[in-house]
Design a protein around this ligand. Structure first.
Ligand code: HEC
Length: 291
């Protein structure tokens, strides 16, 4: 820009003119207030430029720096409030951190409004009481498969309970019946001359001992069945509890169902309960009191 020597080749025949023009241009540059003689911006503009730079910096955010900043006050307030509320909530709703706090309590007494904690399960002993609870349990749990009239659904591989030899006939025993309901039944089973092969679901992890006793008493004594007629009920909560105990660690979650051959290995006269309780016979000659 500031080189005075021949910046553009002058057109031919206009030599003098172009030299003069160049000189004029140069002089104009020199006189230009915004330019100094050597073509750099004049000194007096510098403060202005610096001011503009400072303005730009002032508009930008502060440069982030290493190190810890103090927690903003509002954050401390919000979290402090949350913490206090959480502590209060746990304190009032922890139920003293009792480990049984989530145990399922008996639903029938819960719905009737009774106090549910620490109330022992009922243990009905009479035929009437067992039949009453059993009727409710049967319609809630079993009737969808075995039908309210106990006929089952043979077309869908579900055997009847009415007249079944497993309840009132030559296969019937309390020990076998308890196991069917506790653990479920799978594999072929013959009922009233027909073989069924399906899976009966386990109830031992859902129903309580007295409920299983009641529902078994119900199916043993409904429709044409009359297994306990005129006798003390053969199955109470104690019978079911004893069957569970005899089976030890067998799972009631359906992974270890019983089968017909397994049930038949239990002799009909076999009983899980200690031979002190059954009302009838049982060898009294054994175990004379030792003293
Ligand atoms: C999901 C359907 C279903 C439900 C619910 C059910 N069962 Fe069963 N039950 C069956 C099937 C299927 C069999 C046959 C299993 C097999 O083939 O091994 C059976 C077999 C039986 C047997 C032995 C065979 C017989 O017919 O006597 C008894 C006793 C029995 N169930 C009682 C009950 C009782 C009591 C309940 C309610 C607590 C109940 N069942 C709930 C489907 C069911």
């Amino acid at each position: 820009m500031s080189t005075p020597t021949n910046p553009t080749p002058a057109p031919e025949g206009a030599g003098t003119d172009s030299v003069i023009d160049l000189h004029r241009q140069h002089m104009a540059q020199l006189n230009d207030a915004s330019m100094t003689a050597d073509g750099t911006p004049p000194e007096d503009e510098e403060p202005d430029t610096i001011q503009r730079l400072l303005d730009v910096l002032a508009r930008e955010n502060a440069e982030p720096r290493d190190g810890f900043e103090p927690v903003p006050f509002w954050v401390a307030c919000v979290f402090g409030t949350l913490l206090a509320w959480g502590g209060y909530y746990i304190g009032t709703n922890s139920a003293d951190f009792r480990r049984d706090v989530f145990d399922r309590t008996d639903l029938s007494s819960a719905s009737s409004g009774a106090a549910v904690a620490n109330v022992p399960d009922p243990d009905p002993q009479t035929l009437e009481e067992l039949m009453k609870i059993g009727a409710q349990k049967f319609s809630a749990v079993c009737a969808s498969c075995h039908q309210p009239n106990g006929q089952g659904k043979p077309a869908e591989n579900i055997p009847p309970l009415d007249g079944s030899e497993w309840l009132v006939g030559d296969q019937a025993s309390a020990a076998r019946q308890c196991r069917i309901v506790l653990y479920g039944l799978s594999g072929p089973v013959t009922v009233k001359g027909r073989t069924y092969n399906a899976v009966m679901p386990n109830q031992g992890n859902i129903m309580k001992d007295y409920e299983i006793a009641a529902v078994l008493t119900y199916v043993r004594n409904s429709w044409s069945n009359a297994a306990d007629k005129g006798k003390p009920p053969a199955i109470t909560a104690a019978t079911v509890r004893a069957a569970r105990a005899k089976e030890g660690s067998r799972k009631t979650n359906g992974s270890q169902p019983v089968s017909m051959p397994e049930l038949q290995k239990l002799p009909l006269e076999y009983s899980d309960v200690a031979p002190a309780t059954p009302p009838e016979k049982k060898d009294e000659k054994k175990d004379p009191p030792k003293q």
